[in-house]
Design a protein around this ligand. Structure first.
Ligand code: PEP
Length: 249
């Protein structure tokens, strides 16, 4: 039985004051939530968030990392640095990084490997653009993004990872995929993994992301292959994020 998981992606939002208010609110109410919960915060706030979530059930995550171990990579942050700040998770291949920072499938797979090398769980984000969906390429694009990791690291690497299906056209747009559209892709992802290892596929948590709100979360999370959500905008509002967590439980 896969435990549901809801992770918040704060993106480039927050301040010491806002983070304190949000995390205090989450901590006060998260104990009545039965799913696993995490927040992926901007790098400068890792220390603040680490000290605030310590001793709570809220897991800490980052939104990106370098594919390199260390060295002359100005401005980059390594997996071992994230580990020192208590990160349990890190997003890899978010569509904003793929589209705006040119992260290729190969770079994303290398970041996935770098995270796992220090024991951080990578959350591999995959998803098609609107043009790709309209051209009937959804399955092909998602399969290619997943294959980059499978080909580099083998199916066993997925055992200690999470996949997030995030249709690019649904992120931050208010245009959520229907539960049926999302389930179809989640099933395809699990089936692709099952071809190589049915046990790993059965245990793999596949989150949906893209304009998840308290109003649509329950129906999405009720789908057979949707194991929770990766939440952007709604993760910045404590009541909304908690309501989404409750919908997953
Ligand atoms: C995201 O950034 O991963 C995301 C899903 O954003 P939103 O929930 O705002 O669409």
């Amino acid at each position: 039985m896969r435990k549901k998981f809801v992770a918040g992606n704060w993106k480039m939002h927050g301040s010491f004051q806002q983070n304190t208010a949000l995390l205090e609110n989450l901590k006060a109410h998260v104990s009545d939530v039965a799913c696993e919960v995490a927040v992926c915060v901007p790098y400068p706030y890792l220390a603040q968030a680490q000290s605030m979530v310590e001793g709570s059930v809220i897991g800490l995550g980052a939104q990106n990392l370098s594919e390199h171990v260390s060295g002359a990579f100005t401005g980059e942050v390594s997996a071992s640095m994230l580990k020192e700040f208590g990160c349990r998770y890190v997003l890899v291949g978010h569509s904003e990084r793929r589209a705006q920072y040119g992260e290729s499938d190969a770079v994303v797979a290398a970041k996935f490997a770098a995270a796992q090398a220090v024991g951080i769980v990578p959350v591999l984000c995959v998803g098609e653009s609107l043009a790709e969906r309209q051209s009937g390429l959804t399955a092909q694009v998602v399969s290619r993004q997943l294959s980059a990791v499978l080909d580099l690291l083998g199916v066993a690497a997925l055992e200690s990872s999470v996949v997030a299906y995030e249709p690019v056209w649904a992120i931050g747009t208010g245009m959520t995929a229907t539960p049926g559209q999302a389930q179809e892709v989640h099933f395809a992802i699990r089936s692709q993994v099952a071809v190589q290892n049915a046990v790993i596929a059965g245990g793999l948590r596949i989150l949906y992301g893209g304009s998840v709100k308290p109003q649509n979360a329950k129906e999405l999370f009720a789908q057979a292959d949707i194991d929770g959500g990766l939440i952007g905008g709604a993760a910045l509002v404590a009541d909304d994020f908690l309501a989404i967590c409750r919908a997953a439980a």
